[in-house]
Design a protein around this ligand. Structure first.
Ligand SMILES: Cc1cc2nc3c(=O)[nH]c(=O)nc-3n(C[C@H](O)[C@H](O)[C@H](O)COP(=O)(O)OP(=O)(O)OC[C@H]3O[C@@H](n4cnc5c(N)ncnc54)[C@H](O)[C@@H]3O)c2cc1C
Length: 424
């Protein structure tokens, strides 16, 4: 039977980053990165690949900023292989004085934001926006990155340092009497058993499935979210427009006939309710645009099969035409082909990740990266490695993201005051 020092279960961007920092920062040997699927083909492949250092809470701002610093270090060593581009984010609002997240919180004070609320400047500099827009808040440290190239770089580096990569699904975990774990792994041609001293659960939406094999419950839920890419034949969105987010909640616009039809069918009444802030659009190159809106709040048991939502592009286009009126022409005939990407935001209730030791010795989580796992993967992987190999000091945010935080009264008091979870 094969024995490892460490097995990281999950070769998404978070598991890969964990293997990278274990090997490259700490020289960890005898490490296996194990996945049922080829690396980065589950949630990671659905990412919109955007990043920002603008978050409502200090812990999230510092976490994402540090992750960007780590990406910058990788660029300094390996060159511009994963195309980190700081094109900024524009949060737009119909209110001149509103804060982007529900109330001004400490995290938002740290990042660099330039605000425009002068009507003449708005019309001159943002002619694609509706005249109803009264404020643009530009986040400077924000942009896009190629997550597949980032993950490939870290995976190759970890493998060059001795990390083994194998395909197989963990179907059972037993705790060994002295210490460590025995994993039952099912692969295409065979089933096998292996043992490890330490185990990292980096299984994205399936983290709870693995934890339950050890009778542990991790406090995460999974909610399906989507994005789609379409051609923009009328060139409504300028090719250099920053990633643009509508910061206000809204009710979708319906004409009288549509409203009557919806009212008649209880299954669709939700279309008349208030939709949350966060609808976003960006140019995707070659005359295409990408749109997303994480309005779904329905918790599901995660499923391995991808499932798209046929209503999603129409709903998003309706919401988007409120702040970019040029998109109105696409409302009833969305340009095709429509490429839709669907995956889970696996998250805790406060939308902070779970990184660190779980309640059994040698067992760790690097999970619940919700809608920010691409931008935060490096800091998440490093933090998990720091916990495992006993770093002399941990960053301040380690306590906020510790899996045991729900027993920490100070952290719980902080969580109870949060008025925004920063989700986009
Ligand atoms: C639509 C959408 C848009 C997004 N946009 C952005 C964005 O713009 N910016 C950003 O920063 N983030 C974004 N995210 C979030 C980001 O994609 C995720 O946070 C990140 O990919 C999570 O990575 P992960 O490694 O934790 O999970 P995953 O990528 O899901 O990897 C987990 C791996 O574990 C494996 N696994 C699970 N169970 C088992 C088992 N029993 N045995 C073996 N292997 C197993 C799976 O096969 C999978 O490969 C977006 C997410 C979605 C869904």
């Amino acid at each position: 039977m094969k024995k490892y020092e460490v097995v990281v279960c999950g070769a998404g961007i978070v598991g890969i980053a964990t293997a990278y920092y274990l090997t490259r920062k700490y020289g960890q040997k005898n490490l296996l990165l194990l996945d049922k699927l080829p690396p980065m083909t589950l949630t990671t492949s659905k990412s919109g690949e955007n990043f920002r250092d603008y978050w409502p809470q200090t812990c999230m701002t510092e976490f994402c900023s540090h992750s960007l610093d780590l990406m910058q270090e990788l660029i300094e060593t390996h060159g511009d292989v994963f195309k980190l581009r700081s094109s900024g984010y524009d949060f737009v609002s119909e209110k001149a004085d509103r804060e982007i997240f529900a109330s001004a919180q400490a995290g938002t004070q740290i990042s660099s934001v330039s605000r425009t609320s002068d009507a003449t400047a708005l019309r001159r500099d943002y002619p694609w926006l509706s005249p109803q827009i009264r404020q643009v808040a530009h986040i400077n440290r924000a942009g896009a990155v190629d997550v597949y190239a980032l993950g490939t770089l870290m995976l190759n580096q970890a493998r060059a340092a001795g990390t083994a990569l194998a395909m197989g699904e963990v179907t059972g975990i037993e705790e060994l009497p002295d210490s460590g774990y025995r994993l039952h792994v099912s692969a295409a041609a065979e089933s096998r058993v292996l043992e490890t001293s330490s185990l990292v659960l980096a299984a994205g939406p399936f983290v709870n499935g693995l934890a339950r094999m050890l009778r542990i419950e991790v406090p995460v839920t999974s909610i399906r979210q989507h994005k789609f890419v379409i051609p923009d034949p009328q060139a409504v969105i300028p090719e250099n427009m920053p990633f643009t987010i509508f910061a206000d909640s809204q009710h979708l616009e319906w004409d009288d006939d549509e409203r009557e039809l919806i009212s008649e069918d209880p299954e669709y009444h939700w279309l008349l309710e208030e939709f949350p802030p966060g609808l976003h659009i960006k140019p995707e190159g070659s005359g295409h645009i990408k749109l997303g809106w994480a309005y779904n709040r329905k918790v599901e048991s995660p499923d391995w099969k991808a499932a798209s939502d046929k209503h999603f592009p129409n709903i998003v286009m309706r919401g988007a035409s409120r702040f970019i009126p040029g998109l109105r022409q696409y409302r009833n005939s969305i340009p095709t082909p429509i490429a839709q990407f669907s995956g889970y935001y696996t998250r805790t209730r406060e939308n902070w990740p779970l990184i660190g030791p779980l309640e059994k010795p040698g067992l760790f989580a690097a999970a619940a990266l919700s809608g920010y796992g691409t931008m935060a993967a490096c800091a998440a992987g490093e933090l998990c490695a720091d916990h495992m190999l006993g770093a002399a000091t941990l960053p301040a945010y380690a306590r906020n993201f510790h899996p045991e935080r729900y027993h920490d009264q100070e952290i719980m008091a902080e969580i109870s005051t949060l008025s925004s979870d920063g989700q986009l």
